[in-house]
Design a protein around this ligand. Structure first.
Ligand code: UDP
Ligand code: MG
Length: 322
C-alpha cells in the first residue's frame, strides 16, 4: 500500500530536449515541497531529438521518475491520456513540458483539493509574449465554444489541472478516441474550481502545436461537445428558401412593372447557383466532420502504441514483495 504514490504528475514530451533539464530542476523543487510521495510520469510522444535518452537518464538518477515512450507521434491529448492510464496517485496533475505552466502553481492547486475540490484547473489571465495572431483566435474560440457547447467549458483554460482519483477513473473509462480533455473534464462534473495564473513564454524551443494541430483540436472541441453545427444546415436551408421566395416576388414585380429590367436576371441566376452551391458544400462539410469522427470511433483501434515503459513495473514488484 505504501508504494502507491499520493501524487502523479503527468507531462507529455515532444522534442523538448532543451526544456527537460530546467523542467526537472523546477519540478523536483516542487516535488520536494509536496506532503506525500510523488511519481513523475513523462510521456515521450515520438520525439525525434534526444528527449527519450534524457528521460532514460533521469529515470536512472531519480526513482520517482517513470516514463512511457510511444512508437510514433500520437499527439498531445493522447500522450496525456496514456499518462492518466498509467497513473496511480490519489491526485493527478497534467501540465506542459515547456514550462509555460509554472510547476509552482501545483502547490496552490493541492491546497484547493484539500478544501474539497475534485478538479482544480488553471485559468490564464494573460498570455505573455504570444502574438495577437494566437491570442485573438484563442480568445474568440473559447467564447464561441462556451456558447455552443452542451457542457460548461470554462474559458481560457487549457489542460493544466489537478484531478482527484475519482475524476481520473471516469476519464480513463471513457472510450472515445477524439479526446478533448478539457471538455471531458468539465463533462464529468464534481466540484470544480479555478486558480488564476499568468502564462509564461516557452522556456526554449519552438511551439510543437502547429497551426494545423491547434485547428484540429479546436474542431474536436466544437464537434465533440456541440450539435449546433449539424443544425446549421437547417437554418442555412431555410434562409436560402426565404431568399428564393423573395427573388420570385422580385421577378414578378419586374415582369409587371418594368419589363426592361428583367433582362438582368442572368446575374441573379448565377449568384443563386453559387449561393446554393456554397450552402450545400458547407452542409456536407459539417456532416463530414461528424461522420469522420463516427468512423474513427467505430474502428475501435487502440489509442496509442507503446515502445518502451519504465518505472511502473519496479513499483509493482516492490508492492508485491512488501
Ligand atoms: N506535445 C506533444 N505532442 C505533440 C505536440 C505537443 O506531446 O504532438 C507536448 C509538448 O511537448 C508540450 C505540450 O504538448 O509539452 C504543449 O505543446 P506546445 O507548448 O507546443 O503547445 P502550446 O503551448 O501552444 O499549447
Ligand atoms: Mg507551450
Amino acid at each position: 500500500m505504501n508504494n502507491i504514490p499520493k501524487y502523479s504528475l503527468i507531462i507529455p514530451i515532444y522534442n523538448e530536449e532543451e526544456n527537460i533539464p530546467e523542467l526537472y530542476r523546477r519540478i523536483s523543487a516542487v516535488m520536494d515541497r509536496m506532503d506525500g510521495s510523488v511519481e513523475l510520469i513523462l510521456i515521450n510522444d515520438g520525439s525525434r531529438d534526444r528527449s527519450l535518452e534524457i528521460l532514460r537518464d533521469l529515470h536512472e538518477k531519480d526513482s520517482r521518475i517513470c516514463y512511457l515512450s510511444f512508437a510514433r507521434n500520437f499527439g498531445h491529448q493522447i500522450a496525456v491520456t496514456a499518462g492518466l492510464n498509467f497513473s496511480s496517485g490519489q491526485v493527478a496533475v497534467i501540465m506542459d513540458g515547456d514550462l509555460q505552466d509554472p510547476p509552482e502553481l501545483i502547490l496552490d492547486m493541492v491546497e484547493q483539493w484539500r478544501l474539497g475540490y475534485q478538479v482544480v484547473y488553471a485559468q490564464r489571465t494573460q498570455r505573455r509574449q504570444e502574438g495577437w495572431f494566437k491570442r485573438l483566435p484563442a480568445y474568440m474560440y473559447y467564447r464561441i465554444l462556451r456558447n455552443l457547447a452542451d457542457v460548461d467549458i470554462p474559458i481560457d483554460t487549457g489542460d493544466f489541472c489537478l484531478m482527484d482519483r475519482c475524476v481520473v477513473d471516469v476519464l480513463n473509462a471513457m472510450p472515445e478516441r477524439n479526446r478533448y480533455i478539457r471538455g471531458l473534464r468539465a463533462w464529468i462534473g464534481f466540484k470544480q474550481t479555478a486558480v488564476k495564473f499568468e502564462r509564461d513564454p516557452r522556456f526554449a524551443g519552438d511551439v510543437k502545436y502547429t497551426f494545423s494541430k491547434s485547428f484540429a483540436l479546436a474542431m474536436n472541441g466544437l464537434v465533440s461537445f456541440s450539435k449546433v453545427p449539424l443544425q446549421l444546415s437547417i437554418y442555412l436551408g431555410l434562409f436560402s428558401a426565404l431568399v428564393s421566395v423573395l427573388m420570385a416576388f422580385l421577378v414578378l414585380y419586374w415582369r409587371l412593372f418594368s419589363p426592361g429590367a428583367a433582362l438582368s436576371g442572368l446575374t441573379i441566376i448565377i449568384m443563386a447557383v453559387f449561393f446554393l452551391g456554397a450552402v450545400q458544400l458547407v452542409s456536407i462539410g459539417i456532416l463530414g466532420q461528424y461522420i469522420g469522427r463516427i468512423y474513427e470511433e467505430v474502428k475501435g483501434r487502440p489509442l496509442y502504441t507503446l515502445a518502451e515503459v519504465a518505472g511502473f513495473a519496479d513499483r509493482q514488484n516492490k508492492q508485491k514483495s512488501s
